[in-house]
Design a protein around this ligand. Structure first.
Ligand SMILES: Cc1cc2nc3c(=O)[nH]c(=O)nc-3n(C[C@H](O)[C@H](O)[C@H](O)COP(=O)(O)OP(=O)(O)OC[C@H]3O[C@@H](n4cnc5c(N)ncnc54)[C@H](O)[C@@H]3O)c2cc1C
Length: 375
């Protein structure tokens, strides 16, 4: 591997010297932070360092749901989390999607305002109707809609599902192409003069009087500011309440005449599926093995993959045999709170992590908030 002490004058000067900001992580948060910072300080030299040859956490692995909270998840959250925190998080996700669509034209990332269904299984406890009324009253203050969540009863007939008694439809959630989103953000960053280096890992840092010294896998560099956007991997660099949480996904082979054009959640958000290019992308099941899935290793496991297969066969396609093509996993950052950590942690060092399971929605808002903190 080419080390910094082997670089030419030109290479040092172009890529590693005179940085006003170095950002660790080229996921949605690292990229949107860089873009917002460059808008704020157009003359700044900004460098993003990414340890993988592609972003290697969650931003290119996720399901592409543009979502901000389903009734079954909110019902569960409100049992353990304060009302203020739940609605602040809902608001941040909703605003985050708006910020994202100000940065990137939704048509360039195949955004579809297809709505979402939170499916309630036949054997599941009912969510009381007055709770749905409460959700609609509170969410109206954020979305402006009289009814963000509408109960629908004929779901099995409508979609051919098995074991579903009804659903809550949210007309303003949607889906997007997550690969195109990251590609668009990457291209925008490059066009703005931001440098991005892949295969470079930040192993530690030390803040100094006038900036930060970073130890990388290829040598040592200096920057006026360091912004850590490494989400599920943040524990390697900082001691904060954020831990890795793996999420597994599978994708089917193309299915002739597939007509499921919406996004679907189940089981308090622990399962989710959608269609993409005539296939079904289905993820979830982390709740079956919280300990095993508290890892930053990008593997899949038979326990969770067989649970996903079960949902595919029993719930989504009870009357049809469907072939699975392949599976993958990604690493999220979670903690005791569902709110992201966005703060200055020491002189010249900032942190934007713990995006949880809705980082597409929150990511751009966090990038904007981080850029506002950096002086
Ligand atoms: C399977 C799955 C499905 C999901 N589905 C959805 C969804 O449908 N909708 C939604 O809103 N959210 C979803 N999420 C969550 C969402 O993808 C994340 O919250 C979001 O991508 C987090 O973005 P990020 O930039 O904070 O982190 P990441 O995308 O993980 O970016 C952090 C980057 O930092 C890099 N890095 C880490 N440590 C270092 C280091 N020391 N040096 C250099 N680089 C480093 C990593 O390689 C990584 O690329 C899903 C997540 C997964 C895993």
């Amino acid at each position: 591997m080419l080390r910094i002490d082997q670089l030419s004058y030109w290479e040092r000067n172009t890529y590693f010297e005179g940085q006003e900001a170095v950002i660790v992580g080229a996921g949605i948060v690292g990229l949107t932070t860089a873009i917002a910072l460059k808008n704020k300080y157009p003359k700044w030299k900004i460098l993003i360092l990414e340890k993988g040859y592609l972003p290697s956490g969650a931003s290119t692995k996720n399901a592409g749901f543009a979502c901000f909270g389903s009734p079954s998840e909110l019902y569960e959250d409100l049992k353990t989390i304060s009302e203020k925190e739940v609605w602040d998080t809902f608001h941040l996700r909703y605003q985050g999607l708006k910020s994202l669509f100000q940065l990137i034209d939704p048509t360039n990332i195949d955004f579809q305002a297809c709505g979402s269904y939170d499916l309630v299984k036949s054997n599941e406890d009912e969510i009381p109707d007055d709770f749905i009324d409460y959700l609609n009253t509170e969410s109206q203050k954020i979305t402006g809609l009289d009814k963000t969540f509408l109960k629908e009863d004929n779901i099995e007939d409508k979609f051919g599902f098995g074991g579903i008694k009804h659903a809550y439809f949210n007309p303003i959630e949607g889906s997007l192409n997550t690969g195109k989103l990251l590609e668009q953000l990457h291209q925008k960053a490059i066009q703005m003069g931001i440098s991005i280096l892949f295969g470079v890992e930040c192993q530690s840092f030390k803040s100094e009087a006038i900036g930060v010294t970073l130890t990388l896998n290829i040598g040592t560099i200096f920057s006026d500011n360091l912004i850590i956007c490494s989400n599920g991997f943040a524990k390697q660099l900082v001691n904060e309440d954020v831990v890795p949480a793996r999420a597994q996904v599978l994708i089917t082979k193309p299915i002739p005449n597939l007509t499921l054009n919406s996004t679907f959640h189940m089981d308090k958000g622990y399962y989710y599926f959608r269609s993409i290019d005539n296939r079904i992308l289905l993820g979830g099941g982390r709740n079956l093995d919280f300990d095993g899935e508290s890892t930053d290793q990008l593997n899949t496991t038979s326990v969770i993959q067989s649970a996903l297969r079960n949902v595919l066969e029993k719930t989504i396609f009870p009357h049809q045999k469907i072939e699975i093509d392949y599976a993958w996993s990604g690493i999220m950052g979670i903690g005791a709170s569902k709110q992201p950590i966005v703060k200055k942690i020491e002189d010249h060092v900032y942190l934007g992590v713990r995006m949880g399971g809705m980082g597409i929605a929150i990511g751009a808002a966090v990038g904007k908030q981080l850029s506002e903190l950096v002086k």
